[in-house]
Design a protein. Structure first.
Length: 118
């Protein structure tokens, strides 16, 4: 009976531990409101040694795999720099949400991204 209880406990705890170990890695989606037009944004973050690397997709513009030149994450703060676009995104991680500010060409726009789970 103890063995069954232990097995059941491990089955319940393992998914929680896996979710917590994800850190910032994953697929994040949201939309920028640019002068009344919604522009979908997808940020793909992967672990890279002790740090992270990322790419950006803009499905509404047909753009994929735009390199994020710098990823800085010190929980809960995330900073992404996209030199090719002259853009940056500063956000705070809160569970499965990243809320922050997208900066590009002098504009500062609020952006919230949600983690996509498979």
């Amino acid at each position: 009976m103890k063995r069954i209880a232990l097995t059941l406990a491990l089955c319940l705890v393992a998914p929680l531990a896996a979710a917590q170990s994800d850190g910032i890695a994953g697929k994040w989606t949201g939309a920028l409101d640019v002068q009344g037009t919604s522009l979908r944004i997808v940020i793909n973050i992967e672990t890279d040694g002790d740090g992270y690397r990322a790419t950006l997709d803009s499905p509404d513009q047909g753009a994929t795999g735009i390199p994020v030149t710098k990823v800085t994450f010190a929980d809960p703060d995330l900073k992404l720099e996209l030199a090719n676009l002259g853009a940056s995104f500063d956000a705070k991680l809160d569970g499965d949400s990243l809320a922050g500010t997208w900066r590009q060409s002098g504009a500062e726009l609020p952006l919230t991204l949600a983690r996509q789970r498979n």
